[in-house]
Design a protein around this ligand. Structure first.
Ligand code: N01
Length: 535
């Protein structure tokens, strides 16, 4: 027997959760959200590590559903910091009166679909028994952190933190010897900041990375006014391209077809602009042609080399073993310059792998590094990880873990066959964080809201995806990625950062605008590929 019952339960109160509450309330549903943190923000609540900021421009990393919201909020920087984004999301929660509907400090542990009642029955970490017709997972693609199993981890006498669980009060790193494991987007943001605080910083780098400078800057009033005035134009741009960002290069030339002078000029221009899109999208062929890709990678390495004083250190940092863009391109601020500091040591965890954690520090390649603090910037069990962290049981008692044993799949990334009335935001096979995630989230949530409203209008209350449609979609996801360089290297994008996790591309790489068109077409066709009925 449930203690409480709702039309819709939303799991999570980050960007997706907040917007889901807003939209589902708008169509008259009773809604409750459960959030394990004590505040809103999701990713931006948990990732409080030094240097945490978004590598999407602030004016793009903003909701678009309300022009008034856009006009009322002042971003202060091109790339907003974690505290600023957390403030923004709190502003949104208050502005739209969303807190009422959120129970904080409460995790959803179990969800079981009851076929007789056509409802999801949930158990929460606080002992709540909840029934709901629709369950919306807004758990985020990157909320289940990954810490490698290194022997001796429990013996360490100092402090250990994962970047995803950085204490809100911060950590005093002054006069401390700090080891950072991991040089992905997170490590590369944290390392320059930790270096400024620690007595000595040791960076354990297993894979060197292509890093593009952010060219971050503060915004002044005139820039903010300009951005406000261009709200509609920026929105049109975001809705029309593959990554949901404004300033996306239209019809870029092929790098291989250009003479040396022109290509250099364009590369230098893109470098000056900085950020994740300018260089990566400046040419039509660098994402598909390995020769063009190498030219771009060589340019990036040449520019980055200028920032590093010691040629041996430069070699270690810049000998990248994968094509640029094959895993997430990293946006850095003062990253390479940090290795010119006397208090920073780069350690090669590829040739001298981490062997064990000892009471005094980390033993790697036969050497023991004495440490006071170990920071795990070791990433996440992406996309499926947060869903599988809950016990989810669908039709006939099938567990989501079993369904996804070979590979996480869902039709359009939205509904996994056998798990009716469970909508996933940024689920496997959606564009998710492969695009500007806030725009992807708005699209998902709007589609879900329209779908639920359609069902209500037609006297329907049960939606599942057709298994054939789901399988066809997964094949399509792979087909689209086949000739692309993006996703061709092992990383969390393919699940290969997690030992034992089945490999498979987690995203639709065909572009957010094409994904939106496909979802709209499915809806207009009476939700073809989904099975809708009344129970
Ligand atoms: O995680 P990662 P992340 N020994 O998986 C290393 C988003 N994000 O948290 O590459 C030694 O990229 C591992 O090494 P290797 C963004 O989508 C966004 O940095 O596997 N090293 C790697 O260096 C991003 O893609 C922002 O050889 C070990 C690192 O840990 C996603 O989050 C900011 C190891 C993990 O890198 C994940 O980024 C930050 C071991 N045993 C993050 N195990 C924005 O700006 C793992 N590693 C929006």
């Amino acid at each position: 027997m449930a203690d409480e019952e709702f039309d819709a339960v939303v799991i999570g109160a980050g960007i997706a959760g907040l917007y889901s509450i807003y939209r589902l309330r708008e169509i008259g549903l009773s809604v409750k959200a459960y959030e394990k943190g004590d505040g809103v923000g999701g990713t931006w609540y948990w990732n409080r590590y030094p240097g945490a900021r978004c590598d999407v421009q602030s004016w793009d990393y903003s909701y678009t559903f309300s022009e008034e919201l856009d006009q009322e909020w002042d971003w202060t920087e091109r790339y907003p910091t974690q505290p600023e984004i957390e403030r923004y999301l709190n502003f949104v929660a208050d502005r739209f009166d969303l807190r009422w509907y959120i129970e904080f400090g409460t995790r959803v542990d179990r969800a079981r679909f009851d076929e007789e009642q056509n409802k999801w029955l949930l158990r929460t970490s606080t002992g709540g028994k909840i029934a709901t017709r629709y369950l919306v997972s807004a758990v985020g693609a990157l909320s289940e952190s990954f810490t490698p199993k290194i022997s001796g981890v429990g013996t360490f006498a100092g402090e250990q933190y994962h970047t995803n669980a950085w204490p809100a009060e911060g950590i005093d790193l002054a006069n401390k010897r700090v080891g950072v494991i991991g040089t992905g987007s997170t490590g590369i943001q944290a390392i320059p900041q930790i270096a400024k605080q620690a007595e000595h910083l040791y960076v354990f780098q297993r894979t060197s990375q292509h890093v593009i400078p952010a060219q971050n800057h503060l915004l002044d009033d005139a820039q903010r006014d300009e951005l406000r005035a261009a709200f509609r134009q920026r929105l049109d741009e975001k809705l029309s391209n593959a990554v949901g960002m404004s300033g996306f290069p239209i019809d870029p030339p092929a790098l291989l077809g250009l003479d040396a002078e022109t290509s250099r000029e364009l590369l230098e221009d893109a470098w000056r602009i900085g950020g994740p899109v300018a260089l990566n999208r400046a040419f039509s062929d660098t994402g598909t042609n390995l020769e063009a890709n190498k030219m771009l990678a060589d340019f990036v390495a040449e520019k980055n080399r200028e920032a590093i004083n010691d040629p041996e250190v430069a070699e270690k940092l810049l000998a990248v073993d994968h094509p640029i863009g094959s895993r997430r391109v990293i946006v850095g601020i003062d990253y390479f310059e940090t290795y010119n500091r006397d208090n920073v040591t780069l350690l090669d965890a590829a040739t001298s792998p981490i062997e064990e954690i000892t009471p005094a520090g980390i033993r790697a390649g036969g050497n023991e590094i004495d440490l006071d603090v170990i920071v795990y910037a070791t990433g996440f069990d992406g996309v499926s990880g947060p869903l599988l962290a809950m016990e989810i049981q669908g039709i006939a008692g099938l567990s989501l873990r079993d369904k996804w044993a070979a590979r996480p799949t869902a039709f359009l990334g939205l509904v996994a066959s056998g798990f009716p009335n469970l909508f996933m935001i940024t689920g496997p096979g959606s564009p998710s964080v492969f695009s500007n995630v806030i725009i992807a989230i708005e699209q998902h949530v709007d589609w879900i809201k329209d779908c639920v409203a359609y069902m209500a209008e037609h006297g329907l209350n049960h939606i599942d995806s057709d298994l054939d449609a789901e399988n066809d979609w997964t094949q399509h996801v792979d087909q689209v990625a086949k000739n692309l360089i993006v996703g061709s290297t092992k990383s969390w994008w393919t699940g290969q950062n997690i030992p034992g996790k089945p490999a498979g591309l987690a995203f639709y790489l065909g572009g957010l605008q094409n994904y939106r068109a496909k979802c709209d077409e499915v809806a207009k066709g009476g939700y073809k590929g989904f099975v809708l009925r009344s129970c």
